[in-house]
Ligand binder design. Structure first.
Ligand code: M6R
Length: 619
């Protein structure tokens, strides 16, 4: 996912901000970077393939300096990882553009612009933005705002863009459609960025743009802003409370490690809403009681790790609340014919709140007549909560590692709270049971901490995994999605091929893969399915497979030839999937360390937003 930054600073050089901001956006994943700065005479540009540091060194060497500039980390989509494809893109030496998103009709636009005499230097979709704005700018006699407004009318797709013009060095024009973009206001300095981490060291006063917004910025602030209808609009300035410490590594080696260890705190913070406010519908929004009374079923839409939290919650929603629940990958749902049910609550789950497939799936559901929606999200005011009727934020804090960890476990806390809330409303849960669930939630952070203490044992296992080419993860019932999450974590950061199966499916195919080279991770808590899981393990053992079993203290299990066991300190009952997530996160983390991969920025992957903590409104 690309990242963009920009700044107009009346009294300071912008280069330091641009390079610092881009480094703070590195977590999004990128393969090249660049900045363009007006130096008083010309727009000067530096671009490099590889780390931002290389680009920064080159910018220093060239003595880049100026009061207005834009910057970009590119994650290749159209065209290879080359310097000509890196942003900023410049048209006619006059207009410089950075862009996050995808212009879907760029081929038609390119043909149109080529017909008008524009020559293309890159294979990117972004270069059509630069030429298109330049064309409009030349036609209208140098009005950058009008040029961006006209140009964007031709684009289909998603974008967050920032544009500067060489002959208008006091102004920057920004526009947003489907990709995050914020404006940060300082004293005689205005910044823009894809997310708050890039600006927080400079100012905490943040205004989030909405889809369709176009704004003119000066050092003094927002000069003009129109919304998607073309009318003047204002965006509230909020004071971000995201701490700089949450963006720093502190004593940890990687953000993933830090974020795994932050889970007791993140879970306690997220659970607080239910511990303080009870399992009440109002936790999800003022009119949630009315909405929850009006629904007959639930459909959850999400991607990746968030999809696995959805799969886990299906078990709770159907067993505790008795609400029929269907879970679907957002990128599949959005492109298929769906039989809509207006009484079905659409839930979207997303760490970032900006995942395009999930956003488009929500819009699609709404277009089909689904009137009720709930967003479970970690990023305040991001696109999904803004477009949803109800919202409950996870309080994971900034999640910087591309591999999602604390976002997942905090999502599970909210989803569990939802199941109990609906169960109570529907009369399936007594007061006594509700108190028991409260107690389980209260004890959860402590249980997680105990599992974190198992890290040295898990790290020892990871050494063996690091030498393997593939691994199998097994679980049953509500722990099957945890096996899926374990396999995703392993492949994502170690590049070891990993698959997850419900243990009962082994004999229907995957057993053929098992031999002495195949490590098999089994999530086997002491629940009603344990005997079944044990039988499945026999099937693996009989074929020479090496078993790595995560179970509970009180389960009747023996280590033996080819069977390794790590016990979580106690059996936590209904919240067991949350506790059993921690070992698979640690296993992947340590296997990645042993293999020497880039843990926080795995190859080919990206992240859209890290979380904004809470924001106070400013009057
Ligand atoms: O921000 P989201 O939760 O919507 O992101 C969804 C997935 O892209 C994300 O969970 C991805 O699978 C993670 N990298 C997994 O660790």
């Amino acid at each position: 996912m690309c990242g963009i930054v920009g700044a107009i600073r009346a009294n300071h050089n912008v280069v330091d901000f641009l390079t610092d901001g881009l480094k703070r956006l590195e977590y999004r994943g990128y393969d090249s970077s660049g900045i363009a700065v007006f130096n008083g005479e010309k727009i000067k540009r530096v671009r490099r393939v590889g780390r931002v540091q290389l680009m920064e060194d080159a910018a220093k060497e060239k003595g880049l300096f100026g009061h207005i500039g834009i910057g970009h980390t590119r994650w290749a989509t159209h065209g290879g990882v080359t310097e000509p494809n890196a942003h900023p893109h410049i048209s006619g030496g006059l207009i410089a553009v950075v862009h996050n998103g995808i212009i879907e009709n760029f081929e038609e636009e390119r043909t149109r612009l080529q017909g008008l005499g524009y020559e293309f230097e890159s294979q990117t979709d972004t270069e059509v933005i630069a030429h298109s704005v330049k064309h409009e700018y030349s036609l209208n006699g140098g009005n950058l705002f009008e040029a961006v407004k006209s140009a964007t009318q031709n684009f289909h797709g998603a974008y967050a863009i920032a544009v500067i013009a060489q002959d208008n060095p006091e102004e920057m024009v920004v526009a947003r459609m489907g990709c995050p973009l914020l404006i940060a206001l300082g004293d005689q300095e205005t910044f823009i960025a894809s997310d708050v981490s890039a600006v927080i060291a400079f100012t905490r006063n943040i205004a989030y743009l909405e889809d369709g917004d176009i704004a003119v910025l000066r050092a003094s602030g927002i000069e003009k802003l129109i919304d998607k209808t073309g009318n003047p609009a204002q965006r509230k300035v909020k004071v971000s409370e995201l701490s700089l410490a949450s963006l720093e590594l502190g004593p940890y080696s990687h953000f993933m490690q830090k974020e795994i260890h932050e889970q007791p705190r993140a879970i306690a913070d997220t659970a607080e809403v239910f511990l303080d406010g009870g399992f009440e519908p109002e936790n999800f929004g003022e009119n949630a009681r009315e909405v929850f009374n009006d629904i007959d079923s639930i459909k959850i839409l999400a991607c990746g790790t968030s999809y696995y939290s959805a799969l886990t919650s299906k078990y709770w929603l159907e067993s505790i609340a008795k609400v029929p629940t269907d879970v679907e990958i957002a990128s599949e749902y959005r492109y298929r014919d769906v039989i809509a049910n207006p009484k079905q609550l659409i839930i979207t789950i997303s760490q970032s709140g900006e995942t395009l497939d999930t956003m488009e799936a929500l819009k699609y559901a709404q277009s089909l007549g689904h009137k009720h929606s709930l967003s479970i999200c970690n990023v305040m005011e991001s696109a999904l909560p803004r477009e949803s009727e109800l919202v409950l934020y996870t309080r994971a804090g900034a999640e910087i590692g591309v591999a999602s960890t604390k976002a997942f476990t905090t999502q599970l806390v909210v989803l569990f709270g939802l199941a109990v809330t609906l169960g109570k409303m529907r009369g399936h849960i007594s007061e006594e049971q509700s108190h028991a669930y409260t107690e389980e939630l209260r004890q959860l952070p402590g249980s997680i901490q105990h599992v974190l203490n198992l890290e040295p044992q898990i790290a020892a296992w990871a050494q063996k995994f690091a030498k393997k080419d593939s691994a199998l993860f097994l679980g049953r019932g509500i722990h099957y999605p945890i096996a899926l999450e374990g396999a995703l974590k392993l492949k994502e950061i170690t590049y070891i091929h990993a698959e997850a199966y419900p243990a009962g499916e082994l004999k229907h195919g995957p057993l053929a893969l098992v031999d002495e080279n195949m490590p098999v991770v089994v999530i086997a808590p002491n629940d009603n399915l344990l005997d079944k899981v044990k039988a499945n393990m026999q099937e693996v053992g009989a074929r020479g497979g090496e078993l790595f079993v995560f179970t509970d203290l009180d389960s009747n299990f023996n280590e033996g030839e080819g069977v390794h066991v790590i016990r979580t300190p106690r059996h936590v009952g209904i919240l067991s999937p949350i506790v059993h997530t921690i070992p698979v996160q640690l296993l992947s983390y340590h296997a990645a360390l042993a293999r020497g991969t880039d843990v926080d920025k795995p190859r080919n992957l990206a992240k859209s937003e890290i979380g904004r903590a809470s924001c106070r409104e400013r009057v």
